[in-house]
Design a protein around this ligand. Sequence first.
Ligand code: FNR
Length: 398
Amino acid sequence: MDRRLFSQLLTLGAGAWAWPPKPAPPAAGAQAQPDAAAGDFSHPPANVGDFAARARAVLPPATFDYISTGSTDEVTLRDNVAAFQRLRLLPPLLAGVDQVSLATTLLGTPVRLPILLAPVAGQSLFHRDGVLASARAAAAAGTILGVSSSAGHSVEEVAEATDGPKWFQLYVPRDRTIARRIVERVERAGYRALILTVDLGERKDADKRNRFALPRERLLKQLTDMGFPVHAGMTLAVLNAVNEQAWDPALSWEVFDWLRSITRLPLLVKGVLRPEDADRAVRLGLDGIVVSNHGGRRLDGVPASIDQLEEVVAAVKGRATVLLDSGVRRGTDVLKALALGAQGVLIGRPYAWALAAGGEEGVTQLLTLLREELEVALQACGCASVQQVPRGLVLRSE
Ligand code: FNR
């Protein structure tokens, strides 16, 4: 076996995960493009897997693994993509539409694309411009950026980078005074909603093997940005200890009452898989539900988000906005999620790879690609807009 293939197999955990797919060798006569430099989009990537391949080429292996891998056996990571692929589309013929509209409004925020950027931590490790580049690309595409509590820039820095719509994703600090202050800053900086991420159980073998960790300076910045009492004289060990103690791992439903009492921003809960939880969240007055398993990065073995969507939508009964993430890799995936009742989707890894591959331009190219794929899919299914995607388009093949 040639050495390169052997080391590729090792890096991939001998086939332990399914995305990105191994690039097929170019067909005879086809123009090979694998060496196109990162950031050089004169050969535009044809799909999300191409962005992943470019990211792999430029990132340190441990950083690429941090983005790409999932928890423990990666059953959920693989299933997120496979579950979309199991669904079939059954388009009506001759239902011609000339123009399709991707515009919609999510929790009062008008968007030109129902594909949002999910909150993603550590973006400064992927590209020097980090989340600021993602923010500009999201604004240019007319979509919402979810800004992680650990994005790598402060809420104010992201707000200065762009006027585009932003939602802040909150991990709740144990110290509710710190939590309250960050919510106040988010409001002042003009963010339009709060996403509370509540799923737990991260255990990523690859990160353990790679001893993946934030460098001291970055951890210091992240903790400072969130308002924790840290200072430049602290060692990495001390900062790690602060970080471990910083967040509340024992949240209960009470947290939503508390949040409601301190902010009027629309509230979303991210990490919902059970219809009962969706119903409870809505009865507590939440405005949005994100059906998500964190892209297979939390407890492994939970179902694919897309497989839970219909039941969650049925439980919500139109009382809140339902979004979905985990495993969206194609415009047809977005169409399937819309048909099963989501009002929009979020993507995580695809834009992390695109950011690594080419900064703002990379994320812009990715959003353009997914926009085109979605437009083609809508047109092929006779849907003039994202609000007019009927349930009957999707068949379950099992
Ligand atoms: C994430 N995700 C995430 N979610 C969140 O609520 N807060 C966070 O800080 C992060 N950080 C993060 C880092 C990286 C590198 C990735 C890839 C993901 C999860 C993210 O918001 C989203 O739920 C998943 O990425 C969606 O799945 P796909 O699109 O990656 O399959």
